[in-house]
Ligand binder design. Structure first.
Ligand code: GLN
Length: 494
């Protein structure tokens, strides 16, 4: 059995117990990458040499008792929108094809301090805009469960890498569902923390008021452990929150007695695939059997979340992406006549179609004459959505629903119809608009052998509630963490 089949925490324990070394683990990860990348393409950059050198150094520090963190020596993959000093960071965009950051994102730095071995950078939708990882300028990532299907997005590379056992765990980012939805499609577990919990310093911004970094891993224990390590107050991020309750692993207890769980009726109407609905409701039953009090309720405003999100996210994106002008870094057009043409050609050639669509939409809703009608109105809707959640959390500890309305679609199916793709974000985006924490974990398979994801949403700063509920649910199932472990008959990633 490959060391990559172990959870990150199990592997970390074996390394601490001197049963295996960080170098052994890194070699196995690199071998898995070499074997599966052609089929899956989770990575934009693999730094094999650097990773082995880091593993050696880390092992020396483990040997002398200097590194004792539970994940010291464990190999990790990082989404390619987090800056890594001396390692290319592209956001899967041509405009940053050669960008070499001079510093490392705070969340990644926290992992490095704890002795993580960074293998490389994972593929994503360009600038995290998308739900399938098909808008990447560097090729499409495939779902390891069935390579004819998408892995979800935008953190599709991170989730596919974990599912294909090319790394022990990964970091993703979530602006409107980009950790939870691909986790659901790839049958792995991912957490989007409360806004402000993980520093955004060094995360290349998409929608700054919505973006959060979070863990993607094999199980809830791994996710809680990783989240504990990456959460920190950071004065370099003005929206970073000083929290004293980030000992998330304390919530890994199999006890939901008396926990109040609300199921929004509005999440189970039209558009939800029948098999997803059945699996998610069966999960609620399991939690009820364990003593949770499960109740249906009306959340309201669900139909306004998508339009409000796309107005706000695009508005922020149009402003954030103004800095990519061919002057300071990244792609610059070859031939131009004057500064303005240089800007124009560099941006026209450097950005892909989805990014351009969003820059145009964002500039439009911010333009004078339309600002009040679209942007301000969207902000008002955002406030109402937050209020609806506040009312729900006055009654419930956790809100339970699907992570996505379907399982992973076929490759190419969403690209031709962006509106349809946007509608797929229905269950995840309101969580970002309200700044709440959410977790997605596997709760079954559909009849095509594709994973189904359960989403648990908590009130702000109440990650422990969703971790406890997720952990308790996880105990009710025997897990097949990945298609490799399942020995998928199709042999997709063998
Ligand atoms: N699919 C959503 C979008 O395209 C969410 C992306 C994300 O969370 N980064 O905006």
């Amino acid at each position: 059995m490959s060391l990559m089949s172990l959870t990150a925490v199990e592997l970390g324990k074996r390394i601490q117990n001197k049963e295996v070394t960080a170098v052994d683990a890194t070699r196995e990860a690199l071998a898995a990458i070499a074997a599966r990348e052609e089929a899956v393409h989770s990575f934009v950059t693999v730094d094999a040499e650097g990773a082995l050198a880091r593993a050696e150094q880390i092992q020396k520090r483990i040997d002398v008792g200097e590194l004792t963190s539970p994940l010291a020596g464990v190999p990790v993959a990082i989404k390619d929108n987090m800056c890594t000093k001396g390692m290319k960071t592209t956001c899967s965009s041509k405009i940053l094809y050669n960008f070499m950051p001079g510093f490392t994102a705070e969340a990644v730095l926290n992992l490095e301090k704890a002795g993580a071995v960074i293998l490389g950078k994972t593929n994503m939708d360009e600038f995290a805009m998308g739900s399938t990882t098909e808008t990447s300028a560097f090729g499409v990532t495939k779902n390891p469960w069935n390579t004819g299907h998408v892995p979800g997005g935008s953190s599709g590379g991170s989730c596919a890498a974990v599912a294909a056992e090319e790394c022990s765990y990964a970091l993703g980012s979530d602006t409107g569902g980009s950790i939870r939805q691909p986790s659901s499609f790839c049958g792995v577990t991912g957490i989007k923390p409360t806004y402000g919990t993980v520093s955004r310093y060094g995360l290349i911004a998409y929608g700054s008021s919505l973006d959060q970094i979070g863990p993607v891993a094999k199980d809830v224990t791994d996710c809680a452990t990783i989240l504990e390590m990456i959460s920190s107050h950071d004065s370099k991020d003005s929206t970073s929150v000083k929290r004293e309750d980030t000992t998330f692993t304390e919530a890994l207890v199999d006890d939901v007695k008396g926990m109040k769980i609300g199921i929004p009726r509005d999440y189970f109407g039209q558009g939800l695939n029948a098999e997803v609905k059945e699996a998610v409701l069966a999960a609620a039953k399991e939690l009820e059997k364990k003593g949770a009090i499960v109740e249906e309720f009306d959340l309201g405003l669900v139909e306004y979340a998508i339009p409000a999100y796309y107005v706000i996210a695009c508005a922020e994106a149009s402003s954030n992406l103004a800095r990519f002008d061919g002057v300071k870094y990244g792609y610059r057009t070859q031939e131009y006549d004057g500064l303005h043409q240089m800007y124009k050609k560099s941006r026209s050639e450097g950005f892909g179609a989805e990014v351009k669509r969003r820059i145009m939409l964002g500039s439009f809703v911010l333009s004078s004459g339309y600002y009040d009608a679209y942007y301000l109105k969207a902000l008002r809707v955002k406030a109402l959505i937050k209020k609806a959640f506040d009312e729900a959390f006055a009654k419930y500890d956790v809100i339970l629903g699907p992570a996505a309305p379907t399982t992973a679609p076929k490759l190419g199916a969403s690209l031709s119809d962006p509106i349809q793709m946007y509608l797929g974000d229905i269950y995840t985006i309101s969580v970002n608009l309200a700044g709440l924490p959410g977790i997605s974990l596997p709760c079954g398979m559909d009849s095509h052998g594709l994973p189904i994801g359960l989403q648990l949403i908590g009130d702000c700063f109440e990650e422990k509630n969703i971790i406890r509920a997720a952990y308790a649910f996880e105990q009710t199932r025997s897990y097949v963490h990945s298609p490799v472990a399942a020995q998928n008959e199709k042999g997709v990633v063998s």
